[in-house]
Structures are given as structure tokens and as C-alpha cells.
Design a protein. Structure first.
Lengths: 200, 528
């Protein structure tokens, strides 16, 4: 089978090289596909485009109220799929001065007869305001366990940054509460009934 | 003198193919594999097309008549997947297999065994994909773009089979692309420098690089889906800290170059056919090569124009809008060159030329609706309407599919040794042309009037245009059976074709007899 090596074009050797480079490209691009996940997270953290407010805010600069303007902050709550808890903001809307720390509460109750764990995921709109909304304390930083029938008021302390662009006068913070026990069961066949096939 | 052919001859008494089924199962001959790719892709074209017929039959009138909505969704999904991955892409790989070695004066593809493997993976992949139609919960029903969470959290159980099918067809495409690159880079006849390569070879070389760059990203995104569905990860699940929008970014990073994968080889083929039937050399060869390169490079930086409505900062919208519009420049160069080639040529309109001229005109219409969609503020109106459906069918049907028909008619005499029936072929063209325009042109109006895509029912004011569209679709669909008849007739017999049946045709493939012998260019030709 060494005949091919004796042809004038000597293809076999260069073929190995070309295939090698191509396979390197394939593996590299496969890795790049996965690298897009952390890259996307970093990009969103810098730009705030997906409305995900950041983690705990710590500032060494003394906060100073901007008495000249107010910003209306609205609070929304919704439940993820199959989340039976009662979940709502205690304060639905509040006028704040940029720079002042404000505390509000969300109310959650587990009406079922079993202990459950919930996780709230925030989203801020407009996304342009995301970088200017700082949370010094938030129930969304941790999972929230609740015993059967138990209820809880969950605090959120936030500061609207003084540098918030002038044209933004209203921020809407929405929390979606997810049942943390559901996730592993996603692939169960029982989920079939919840697919879009039910719509007919 | 050729070392390959001579030593080969000592082991065997004949140079022809083996007999029976094992010829096709075990073949490493580029012509056999090319034929198998083309036959397979046509079978998939008919299968995907019959699904389109179900869709158009349901949409013939408002209200639900024929199929349940969930089955309708499965039809739209499978139609898209089969046409993209089963019909258009394998057809171009088949053309590449048949023609690349003949065009560059090589005896075969560079990696013939891998070639065999990459073909036989395809029927396996599509067997898996089509089998999902018979599974509990039905076939994938989330559209060919399979956006998460529709395809992850809410997908049917068969989604996992769909993912494996995509993996396998991805592997097949990647191997095909590697083979094309190795063939073109290593096996060109002496004297054929890169800038002397026929344009079909050039466009396929660039397409192969696009495939290598983006098919692994597709494999990555379906792998993430697989893990979200079965292993409890949260790439696209907000409850676990993921983001569904990430799916769209990764998908369209693959998806946009993918649409050029489906059109660039057609650009190349048409760039041979138009000069052949204009009896003039191609106008602006070098600019054609650079234009294809520019289109391929730009295709990597425009993906977010598919997702203007998900919430992109204004700077991002502007960037993707302008980058997208920039693609019109190299594309315009190509259209200009084709028209300039025809200008003052001695034109004749045999079937390949008819399909090519229709390609230029109708692809340009599809390009213009693409420019309309690229305008970010206007896209909010057009997004997810039938205008989008009209746009991509105008670039894919008269673009990719007419390009494939033109190529098939152009090279059929070389493949079979017989001339096809010109009258029937012209009938096929006109039926396809009229049917296709009847089917897809009214969709522009429907979309602008607000009819959403991927729905089995619609408001009454859309009824008339939908009926016209369905009539056109049935006409287009039925006329493809005529194509089957023409090809079968041509394979079985007909007027003998000479080595160069088109008097204006250029290229090495016309220097070998028709039909092309089982082994060609055992001695490399010299290109001056």
C-alpha cells in the first residue's frame, strides 16, 4: 500500500498536515463554542445588557444623596414554571433619590405541605440601568428554604447610582422565583405533558 | 505514465466498479460517492418538500382542516432541518465530489475512505432524525432554529435523538469539508495556481473553511442542550443562572455562516454556467474570488441581526445593521459581474442558463428583502413574520436550489454520457419558476400585513394570498417529479453527449470523455 507515496505528487504526507490543521481548527472552534458561555457572562457583566444585576455591592466611597432628582423604582414578582409559592413585593413602587440606600421587602410563603427551596433571579429593565443599580443586600444572593406553610419577608437593600443617565427616570426590577427541586427532573418523561404538544 | 493506474492494473483485470450493493457501500470512487450524495439529497428534497406540501395544504384555507397544530409544528421543524442539512448541503457536497477532482485534474478526492464514511453517516443521521416522527411525544416541534428553552425545557422527549442526529450530520459535514480542503490544496494539476482555479473550486474551498469554523459551534450548542436536558446543567436555564439569549448568540454564530455555506457553491457553479452560455469569459474573475472571501469573512460578524428584538443595546444594533448592509457590497459585485458577463454575449437559453439567469434575478430580490430586514428599527415590524419566510425562501429556493438544478443540467451530460430532454427540462424550469414565485412572492405581502410565521391558522384577511401561495407551492412541488423523470430518462439513454456538449464551456472537466470514465486524470493534465 505504499504505492501512493511514489506518485509524483506525494500527496500522503501533505494530506496528514492539512488534516491536522483542519482538525485543530475543528477542535478549536468546538472549544470556542463553549468559551462563548463565560465570554457572554463577562460581556453582560460589563455592559449589563441582559438585565442581570450584579452581586453584592461594596463601596468605600461615602454615599451622598442626590437631592435634585428622584427615580421611580418598581418591583415585580413572578413564579417560575410549577412554583406554587406565594411571592410578591411588599412595596410595589417607590420614589428614591440616587445615592441613598433604600430597604424594601419581598414576601414569600410556601403553601404546600412539604419543605421547599426557592431561588429568585433578578432582571432589571431598561437594561441600560443595570450598571447603575447596586444591591448591598439581596435575598437573591442565597437560596431561600421554607418549611411547609412557612412564610418570610425577604429584604433587599439597594442604591441607585448617582451617575444614572438623566433620561432614565424609571427602573423596573423583576424577580422570578424558581423551585430548585425541579431542575434535576427536567428530562423525566413526565415532562412530556408539559411540552408545547399540549396546546392542541 | 501513471504509477497509480499501472500498479493498480496488476491486481485487477478491470478498472470498472465492483458489482452489486457492495460497490456502493464500500466505494471510494469520487464519482460513485458524488452520485450517492446527489441521489440522497434529492430523496431528502422530496421528503422535506412533501412536508412543505402538508404545511401549505393546512394553510390553504384559514382554520384547522388537515393536521393538528402540534403536528404542524413538527412539519415546519422537520421541513427546515431536512432541507438545510439533508437536501441543500449534501447536494453541494455531491457536486463537489463529482466535479472538484475533474475540475482541478486530480484522480480522486484526497481522502477517499473518509469520503465514503462521511457519506454513509448521513443516511444514519437522517434515519434517526426522521424516526423521531414516530416516537412518543412526536418529532421536534420547535422550529429548525431550536431556540432554548422551547427545545430544552419544553421540547419533546425525542429532542435527544434530534441532538444526536445533528451531531452525526455535523461530523459528516466536517469530514467532507476537510476532504475538500485537502483535495484542493494538494491535488491540483501542475500549473493550476490558486488564481487559475475554476470559481466552483474557489467557492467550495471557502465554503469548506466556513464549515470547519462553524459546524463545531453547532455541535457545541447542541451539546449544551443535551447537558441542559439530561445532565442538569443550566447553560440556557435562567433558574440555574443561565440565559436563553446565550443560545441565540451561539446558534446564530453558527447559523449565519451556515446560510452562506448553502449559497457560495451555487455562486461558483453559476459563474461557470453564465459564461458558457454567453460564450464569453467570466467578467472580473479576481473580483469574484475576493468578493466570495469578503462575504465569508463578513458572515462571522453579522449574526446578531437575527436577534434585534431580544434586546440589544443601540450601539450593537447599529454595528450589526451596518455590518449586514456591508455584505451587499461584495454580493453586488458578484451580481454586477454576472450581468456584465451576459452583456453583449451570444446568449442561448438552455435549461442550465435559464436556471442561472433566474438565480441572478430572484436571488437579488431575496438580497433586497434581506437588506430591508437588516434595518434594525424596521426589523421589529418584520421579525417572525412571513416576510422573513419570503426572504429566506427567495435566497434558498432560487438561490441554492436553482443553483443545484442549473449545475445538474449543466453537468448531466458529463455524468451520464447522454443529453437530457431539453424540452422537458425547460418545462421543469418554467413550472418551477412560476410555482416558486407564486408560492413565495405573496408571502412578502402577508408578512408586511402582520401574518406571523410558524402558525397553522391565520386571520381571515390573509386567506387569498395564502391560497395563491399554496397553489404555487403545489405547482413547484409537483414539478420536481418532472426533474426526477428527466434525470432517470437521461441516465437510461438519450442523445449521446460529446466530451464538450456546450460549445462555450471552459474547464478541465470537458477534456475527459462523456460519460466521465470511472478513473480520470490518472496522469495529471498540465495547465498553462
Amino acid at each position: 500500500m505504499t504505492d501512493a507515496n511514489q506518485t509524483p505528487q506525494q500527496p500522503r504526507r501533505t494530506n496528514v498536515r492539512v488534516v491536522g490543521w483542519c482538525m485543530a481548527g475543528v477542535l478549536g472552534m468546538f472549544a470556542f463554542g463553549f468559551a462563548m458561555v463565560p465570554l457572554y457572562d463577562v460581556f453582560c457583566e460589563i455592559t449589563g445588557i441582559n438585565g442581570k444585576t450584579g452581586g453584592r455591592y461594596e463601596s468605600t466611597v461615602a454615599v451622598e444623596r442626590d437631592e435634585n432628582r428622584t427615580v421611580r423604582v418598581q418591583f415585580l414578582a413572578q413564579n417560575g414554571p410549577d412554583m406554587p409559592w406565594t411571592f410578591r413585593p411588599v412595596t410595589r413602587s417607590i420614589e428614591v433619590h440616587p445615592g441613598e440606600p433604600v430597604t424594601i421587602n419581598y414576601f414569600a410563603q410556601n403553601p404546600t405541605d412539604r419543605a421547599m427551596v426557592g431561588q429568585a433571579v433578578p432582571s432589571l429593565s431598561p437594561s441600560e440601568g443595570t450598571l447603575y443599580f447596586h444591591k448591598t443586600e439581596c435575598f437573591c444572593f442565597n437560596q431561600q428554604p421554607l418549611e411547609a406553610g412557612e412564610s418570610v419577608e425577604m429584604p433587599l437593600i439597594f442604591i441607585v447610582d448617582k451617575d444614572l443617565p438623566e433620561h432614565i427616570t424609571k427602573l423596573t426590577l423583576s424577580y422570578t422565583l424558581y423551585d430548585q427541586d425541579v431542575a434535576p427532573a427536567v428530562s423525566d418523561n413526565s415532562r412530556v405533558r408539559k411540552t408545547t404538544n399540549d396546546n392542541g | 505514465m501513471s504509477a497509480v493506474a499501472d500498479t493498480h492494473a496488476q491486481d485487477h483485470h478491470h478498472h470498472g466498479p465492483a458489482k452489486g450493493f457492495s460497490r456502493w457501500l464500500l466505494t471510494t470512487n469520487h464519482k460513485d460517492i458524488g452520485s450517492m450524495y446527489l441521489i440522497f439529497s434529492f430523496a431528502m428534497f422530496l421528503l422535506g418538500g412533501s412536508m412543505a406540501m402538508v404545511i401549505r395544504a393546512e394553510l390553504f384555507q384559514p382554520g384547522l382542516q388537515i393536521v393538528e397544530p402540534e403536528f404542524f409544528n413538527q412539519m415546519t421543524t422537520m421541513h427546515g432541518l431536512i432541507m438545510v442539512f439533508g437536501a441543500v448541503m449534501p447536494a453541494f457536497v455531491g457536486l463537489a465530489n463529482w466535479m472538484l477532482p475533474l475540475m482541478i485534474g486530480a484522480p480522486d478526492m484526497a481522502l477517499p475512505r473518509m469520503n465514503n464514511w462521511s457519506f454513509w453517516l448521513l443516511p444514519c443521521a437522517f434515519l434517526i432524525l426522521v424516526s423521531t416522527l414516530f416516537m412518543s411525544g412526536g418529532a421536534p416541534n420547535f422550529g429548525w432554529t431550536f431556540y432554548a428553552p422551547l427545545s430544552t425545557t419544553y421540547g419533546p422527549p425525542s429532542t435527544t435523538f434530534f441532538i444526536f442526529a445533528v451531531h452525526i450530520m455535523g461530523v459528516s459535514s466536517i469530514m467532507g469539508a476537510i476532504n475538500v480542503i485537502a483535495t484542493i490544496l494538494n491535488m491540483r494539476a501542475p500549473g493550476m495556481t490558486l488564481m487559475k482555479m475554476p470559481l466552483f473550486v474557489w467557492t467550495w474551498l471557502i465554503t469548506a473553511f466556513l464549515l470547519i469554523a462553524v459546524m463545531p459551534v453547532l455541535a457545541g450548542v447542541v451539546t449544551m442542550m443535551l447537558m441542559d436536558i439530561n445532565f442538569g446543567t443550566s447553560f440556557f436555564d435562567a433558574s440555574g443562572g443561565g440565559d436563553p439569549v446565550l443560545f441565540q448568540h451561539v446558534f446564530w454564530f453558527f447559523g449565519h455562516p451556515e446560510v452562506y455555506i448553502m449559497i457560495l457553491p451555487a455562486f461558483g457553479a453559476v459563474s461557470h454556467i453564465i459564461p458558457a452560455f454567453s460564450r464569453k469569459p467570466l467578467f472580473g474573475y479576481a473580483s469574484m474570488v475576493y468578493a466570495v472571501g469578503a462575504i465569508a469573512l463578513l458572515s462571522f460578524v453579522v449574526w446578531a441581526h437575527h436577534m434585534f428584538t431580544v434586546g440589544i443595546p443601540i450601539a450593537g444594533q447599529l454595528f450589526f445593521m451596518y455590518a449586514t448592509m456591508l455584505i451587499a457590497v461584495p454580493t453586488g459585485v458578484k451580481v454586477f459581474n454576472w450581468v456584465a458577463t451576459m452583456f453583449r454575449g451570444s446568449l442561448t437559453f438552455e435549461a442550465p442558463m435559464l436556471f442561472s439567469v433566474a438565480f441572478v434575478i430572484l436571488f437579488t430580490i431575496g438580497g433586497f428583502s434581506g437588506l430591508m430586514l437588516a434595518i434594525a428599527p424596521a426589523d421589529f415590524q418584520y421579525h417572525d413574520t412571513y416576510f422573513v419566510v419570503a426572504h429566506f425562501h427567495y435566497v434558498l429556493v432560487p438561490g441554492a436550489i436553482f443553483g443545484i438544478f442549473a449545475s445538474a443540467y449543466y453537468w448531466l451530460p458529463k455524468w451520464t454520457g447522454h443529453m437530457y430532454d431539453e424540452t422537458l427540462a425547460k418545462t421543469h424550469f418554467w413550472l418551477s419558476f412560476v410555482g416558486m414565485n407564486l408560492a413565495f412572492f405573496p408571502m412578502h405581502f402577508l408578512g408586511l400585513a402582520g401574518m406571523p410565521r410558524r402558525i397553522p391558522d391565520y386571520a381571515l384577511q390573509f386567506a387569498d394570498f395564502n391560497m395563491v401561495s399554496s397553489v404555487g407551492a403545489f405547482m413547484f412541488g409537483a414539478s420536481q417529479l418532472l426533474f426526477l423523470l428527466i434525470v432517470v430518462k437521461c441516465v437510461k439513454g438519450g442523445e449521446k453527449a460529446s466530451a464538450k456538449p456546450w460549445d462555450g464551456a471552459e474547464g478541465l472537466e470537458w477534456t475527459v470523455p462523456s460519460p466521465a470514465p470511472y478513473h480520470t486524470f490518472s496522469t495529471p493534465p498540465v495547465v498553462k
